[in-house]
Design a binder for this molecule. Structure first.
Ligand code: PLP
Length: 408
């Protein structure tokens, strides 16, 4: 018998629920079934929301005009400037030198975690949350602690819970705004409460993941950096969601350091950035065109997304066994399974629905075993007809198992 070469426990412990459920779906597709996929937060996976042509043209022009070399490690200077200008429009004095271009927010997160976390450090992140906030910190010997989002209060952060979980080991306090998977939008009052808590801990940096900020249907969204005159904030954003180009893998972190405390962390981040060379050069040119060109298209896209949200809310209200809080932004719904047996095993719901009705969702416990359980996440970017077909099947499935006991 050959023995497999061992894998590191750091890699073996990584979970990414959103893509994990794709494995059985691919199997079903290989058997000839057509699957309605409402699982992935990739706007390009759904028709009607293409990357704006002027951005694509700029990317293609960059390729054709030979911009195929490495860029500076921190990003193309003109892109860093355009991002800083954009952050300034959001209300804080960002400079080009504060901006570091990465392979998406996901790489920015890995670099921040690598630069800040030590054995025994903690990351305080919302529960439920986007999975890498749980998966990556453990690679650095750190631990992610979740603070509660309140379902009955539009999935708003529980500030008492945050305050009670803060201590000097919490090096990063995360706000995802608008939130994935719940769609919560925090306004100025909430952001100020979060900053007031962080202010008491001088080694703590607020990580503000604002990658969905152009998809705010409430008008309340504020940049966290714009509200802080003392607490250090790292703002995260990029091309994946509101510029509709996730496959380009371009994002950034912008360091807001109003009380000059990030000198060492900045140096660490810069060392890490130099050691991984740079982000894709032509893709940076595409993003630059998005930031500097006309953005009228963006509200047209957001209106379409909001209409789809409203349609889903109506459908869910009429289905026995599903309950949802109206999301204020992003393009996700975090739906409660009201039937007891499904509430107790959301993954079984997702897998059985996939096999029987060929609709793919993500189980809520994949976004937090404790605080997400009993839910499903649905991406509402598909065409209304496709969403309707998915809801018809979900309703049929729920009714069937209300009549017949579930065999596990
Ligand atoms: C909250 C959040 N942050 C970051 C990302 C990924 O960003 P990027 O594509 O820039 O790596 C996602 C993707 O779903 C997300 O939901």
């Amino acid at each position: 018998m050959t023995k497999p070469v061992p894998v590191s426990s750091r890699a073996a412990n990584i979970e990414y629920a959103i893509r994990d459920v794709v494995v059985p779906a691919v199997q079903l597709e290989a058997e000839g079934h057509e699957i309605i996929k409402l699982n992935i937060g990739d706007p390009i996976a759904y028709p009607g929301l293409p990357t704006p042509p002027h951005m694509v043209d700029a990317y293609v022009d960059a390729l054709k005009s030979g911009k195929n070399g490495y860029s500076p490690s921190y990003g193309l200077p003109q892109l860093r400037q355009a991002i800083a200008d954009d952050e300034r429009r959001k209300g804080w004095e960002a400079k080009a030198e504060d901006v570091y271009v990465c392979h998406g927010v996901t790489e920015a997160l890995q670099l921040i975690f690598a630069a800040v976390l030590e054995e025994g450090s903690k990351v305080l992140a919302p529960g439920p949350h986007y999975p890498p906030y749980m998966a990556y910190p453990q690679m650095f010997g750190a631990e992610t602690i979740e603070y509660q989002l309140h379902q009955n209060d539009g999935w708003k952060p529980d500030f008492d819970d945050i305050a009670s979980k803060m201590d000097n080991d919490v090096r990063l306090l995360v706000l995802i705004n608008p939130n994935n998977p719940c769609g919560t939008v925090c306004g100025a009052e909430d952001v100020d409460k979060l900053l007031a808590i962080a202010r008491e801990y001088p080694n703590c940096i607020v990580v503000a993941d604002e990658i969905y900020d152009g998809l705010d249907f409430t008008g309340r969204h504020v940049s966290v950096a714009s509200r802080s005159s003392d607490v250090p904030v790292i703002a995260l954003n990029g091309v994946s969601k509101v510029y509709y180009a996730p496959g380009w893998r371009i994002g950034y972190m912008a360091l807001h350091d109003p009380s000059s405390r990030l000198e060492l962390v900045r140096d660490g981040i810069e060392r890490l950035l130099r050691s991984r060379l740079c982000a894709s050069t032509p893709a940076q040119m595409g993003y630059l065109a998005g930031l500097t060109g006309d953005r009228a298209w963006m509200s047209a896209y957001a209106n379409r997304v909001m209409k789809q949200r409203d349609h889903c809310l109506k459908r869910i209200a009429a289905i026995d066994g599903l309950e949802v809080e109206q999301p204020g932004g992003a393009f996700y719904m975090f739906i409660r399974l009201a039937d007891e047996h499904w509430a107790a095993d959301d993954k079984a719901f997702v897998l059985r629905l996939l096999h029987e009705e060929h609709v793919l969702l993500v189980h809520g416990s994949g976004f937090s075993p404790e605080l997400g359980k009993g839910h499903i996440r649905l991406v509402y970017l598909a065409d209304i007809e496709v969403l309707d077909e998915a809801f018809d099947r979900i309703e049929r499935f729920l009714q069937k198992y209300r009549r017949t006991p579930v065999i596990s």
